[in-house]
Design a protein around this ligand. Structure first.
Ligand SMILES: [Zn+2]
Length: 352
C-alpha cells in the first residue's frame, strides 16, 4: 500500500501510476495547451496563454457586474463543507501530539484516500525553539497527477496550542477549538476532494493540507508544514500557481486582497479576484488591500511557487475571536466555505 519516495513522501493510495513515477513532471511539462511547457518558462507562458484565452472570450468576465458561470463547473455544496468543518471541531483541538490531531489525521487520510487519484503523506519532525520535538504530517491529495498543467490549493489542518489572545490570563494556555483557524480552510479542501472525485477536473489539482502552521508562538515555530513542503516538493514540481485558504468561515466573510499576496503574485490575485467577480462574489472579494499577513503562502513563494492567500483577517468585531476560545462553532457559518469553494471550482474548470 505504501512506498517511500524521495524527500520523505509516502504514497498512500495507488490508482494512478507509481510505476511511471508519481511525481511524473521531471521530464518537462506535459500540457494540453500548446505553448505552456518548459522549466522556468511555464508560468510566464501560462500567463500569455491565459491572456490569449481572455482575448478570445474564454474567460467571460463580468464587466457589467452580471454573473457568468464557468462552463461545466460542478456545484460546490456549502452545507456539506460545513459538516466537514463541524466534524473536525468534534475531534477537539488538533494540536500536534494530541489525541485530536491523531484522530483528524486518520480521518483525513481515509477520506482523501477514497477520493483522490493519489494521496501522499509527508511525515516530518520539527525541533522547536523550546526544545520540544513535534511529529507532523503534510498530506498531498492529487487529481490527474501526471498532468503538467495544474494548480496547488493549500490549507493548514493543525490548530493553535494556546489561546494567547484571550482576555482572561488563565485561559491563555488552553488550546483553541479552531473552527475557523484550521477547520474552515481544511473543510473547503476536503469538500473539493469530494467534488473532484465525482467530477474529474480538466486540469491537474493538488490539495495540500499542511501541519504545524500554528504552533508558535511566533516565526521559527510556525508555517512548519509549508516550509517543509517548499523544501521537499515532488521532483520537478511546477504548478501554475498556488492558492492558500485560511480563516474563510466566519459569519460575515469578506476577503480583501492580502498584502503579501499582492507583493509576491499580483497576477494570481487578479486572476482569483476576477473569477470571484465573474461568479457574482465581487462584494465578498473587494479590490481593496486588507491586512498583510505572514501565512503559509510566504514560504511557498520563497520556495518559488507563486501563491496567494484568501483570508478574512477580521474574525468578529476587531478580529477579537482570532486565537481565542471564541473560535468555535458559534462563530462560523457555511457561507464563506461555499463562496471560496465556488471560486476554486471556477478556477479549475476555467483551466487554472
Ligand atoms: Zn492561527
Amino acid at each position: 500500500m505504501s512506498a517511500l519516495e524521495a524527500g520523505g513522501w509516502r504514497l498512500e493510495a495507488g490508482g494512478w501510476c507509481l510505476a511511471s513515477g508519481v511525481w511524473g513532471l521531471g521530464s518537462g511539462l506535459r500540457s494540453p495547451r500548446p505553448g505552456v511547457r518548459g522549466r522556468g518558462s511555464g508560468w510566464a507562458l501560462g500567463v500569455v496563454a491565459a491572456l490569449a484565452f481572455v482575448a478570445c472570450g474564454g474567460d467571460g468576465g463580468s464587466a457589467n457586474g452580471q454573473m457568468v458561470p464557468v462552463a461545466g463547473a460542478p456545484e460546490f455544496p456549502a452545507d456539506s463543507a460545513f459538516e466537514l468543518l463541524r466534524r473536525q471541531v468534534e475531534f477537539g483541538p488538533r494540536v500536534p501530539g494530541s489525541e485530536g490531531h491523531a484522530a483528524q489525521l486518520a480521518w483525513m487520510t481515509e477520506y482523501l484516500r477514497e477520493r483522490a487519484d493519489t494521496l501522499a503523506l509527508q511525515p516530518f519532525t520539527h525541533r522547536t525553539g523550546a526544545g520540544e520535538t513535534l511529529e507532523l504530517t503534510n498530506l498531498l491529495a492529487r487529481f490527474r497527477p501526471d498532468d503538467g498543467t495544474r494548480i496547488l490549493l493549500v490549507a493548514h489542518w493543525d490548530t493553535r496550542p494556546r489561546a494567547d489572545l484571550e482576555g482572561t490570563p488563565e485561559d491563555r494556555a488552553t488550546p483553541i477549538p479552531g473552527a475557523n483557524d484550521g477547520a474552515s480552510g481544511t473543510a473547503v479542501l476536503l469538500q473539493l476532494a469530494d467534488v473532484l472525485s465525482r467530477h474529474p477536473p480538466p486540469i491537474g489539482v493538488d490539495l495540500l493540507l499542511v501541519d504545524g502552521e500554528d504552533w508558535g508562538p511566533a516565526g521559527y515555530d510556525m508555517y512548519l508544514g509549508a516550509k517543509h513542503f517548499a523544501a521537499n516538493t515532488p521532483q520537478g514540481y511546477r504548478p501554475l500557481y498556488g492558492v492558500l485558504v485560511d480563516l474563510v468561515g466566519d459569519r460575515n466573510p469578506v476577503y480583501p486582497i492580502e498584502g503579501n499576496s499582492q507583493h509576491y503574485a499580483p497576477e494570481v490575485v487578479d486572476r482569483v479576484w476576477r473569477m470571484a467577480e465573474r461568479l457574482g462574489h465581487g462584494a465578498r472579494f473587494p479590490r481593496r488591500t486588507g491586512p498583510t499577513v505572514t501565512d503559509d503562502h510566504v514560504p511557498l513563494n520563497q520556495g518559488g511557487i507563486r501563491t496567494i492567500d484568501i483570508i478574512d483577517f477580521d474574525y468578529g468585531p476587531g478580529n477579537r475571536y482570532w486565537h481565542t476560545l471564541e473560535d468555535d462553532l458559534d462563530q462560523v457559518a457555511p457561507t464563506g466555505l461555499g463562496v471560496v469553494g465556488e471560486v476554486l471550482v471556477g478556477l479549475i474548470w476555467n483551466g487554472g
